[in-house]
Design a protein around this ligand. Structure first.
Ligand SMILES: N[C@@H](CCC(=O)N[C@@H](CS)C(=O)NCC(=O)O)C(=O)O
Length: 307
């Protein structure tokens, strides 16, 4: 009995030791694979970090190579009929031309530090948001496109600029990307098969969501059109008999208004939105052509509307 009990006890102890050893082996193996897995994750993360840093350094060298006091304007690719699908990019480019500032265009990195297009690099400094860009350049190059205007006129033009940049803009993009599902817009660009196919897939829900958040998206398509029409009526009223919003010469506000109106004039062909300029408020269509002929020539477009 004693012998048997002893054997059983011993075999129980041996078994216990065996499974403990198994457990230990399993733990070590598990620990090893966790360490290996974590190591792999860190290695991939590091490799990505190094590649991105190297890429950024290469881009930075490219951006800096444009030279001292030359603006590098980061924006989307040229359109077929209008220099840019972004009204804010066209605003900045118009300003650069009006102010006679040397610049080059980069379309490889259109989204800047604030995640929006356009932005600029000048003398190694990045500036994002069209208004901050214009402020920066105005100060840096001592530009004054408003020397012929009174303080009151400049203030009124700022209100006009806000109407264009912050209100008319929403009508245009809500119609372009959500209501029209990018259809007409894509005919005005050379974006290639991928974007032609997938742009509506992400833009329609994306802009619908943003338009609802902003407020314009709660209205019906007809109401949105009427809001756009009222904006155009206001702009036509402010323009009156003048050649430009700045009077006899284009001012800083003209850059913004032109950027927005150009989207209706050249990026909505054959639509009731284009007709707002060409039929309903022809003074705005003439204004766009005048702006184009004044400073916005010689763009390298694939079509001829702005050549
Ligand atoms: N307030 C900005 C607006 C710029 C802006 O909204 N850009 C649009 C293109 S027209 C953009 O980058 N959208 C991309 C996004 O919002 O994700 C400016 O004046 O530059």
């Amino acid at each position: 009995m004693l012998f048997r009990t002893d054997t059983v006890r011993r075999s129980v102890t041996m078994e216990g030791l065996g499974s403990l050893a198994d457990l230990g082996v399993k733990l070590v193996a598990g620990y090893r694979s966790v360490v290996l897995g974590a190591g792999a994750v860190v290695a991939v993360w590091l490799a990505r970090k190094i590649i991105t840093t190297k890429k950024k350094q290469k881009l930075r060298r490219e951006w800096d190579s444009v030279g001292q006091d030359v603006v590098l304007l980061h924006q989307f690719l040229r359109g077929k009929y209008c220099p840019n699908l972004s009204p804010f990019a066209l605003k900045v480019e118009t300003f650069l031309r009006l102010a006679n500032i040397k610049y080059e265009v980069d379309s490889k990195s259109p989204y800047g530090p604030k995640g929006k297009c356009p932005w600029i690099t000048i003398n190694g400094e990045d500036v994002a948001d069209s208004e901050f860009v214009l402020d920066n350049l105005t100060q840096r190059f001592n530009i004054n496109l408003e020397s012929h205007l009174s303080t009151q006129q400049v203030a009124s033009l700022e209100a006009v600029r806000i109407l264009a940049d912050e209100h008319l803009f929403w009508c245009v993009i809500t119609w372009r990307y959500w209501l029209d599902r990018c259809v007409i817009f894509l005919t005005t660009q050379d974006l290639g098969l991928f974007f032609n196919t997938f742009m509506p897939v992400f833009m329609v829900p994306g802009i619908k969501h943003r338009a609802k958040e902003q407020g314009i998206g709660i209205h019906s398509p007809e109401e949105i059109y009427q809001i756009c029409k009222k904006d155009c009526a206001t702009l036509a009223g402010v323009l009156g008999d003048n050649d430009f919003f700045g009077g006899e010469k284009p001012s800083r506000a003209d850059c913004a208004v032109f950027g927005q109106l150009a989207q209706l004039m050249w990026n909505a062909p054959g639509t009731h939105y284009e007709a707002l300029l060409t039929n309903v408020f022809p003074c705005l269509a003439s204004y766009c052509l005048r702006m184009k002929d004044t400073e916005i020539t010689r763009f390298n477009l694939t079509n001829t509307a702005l050549l």
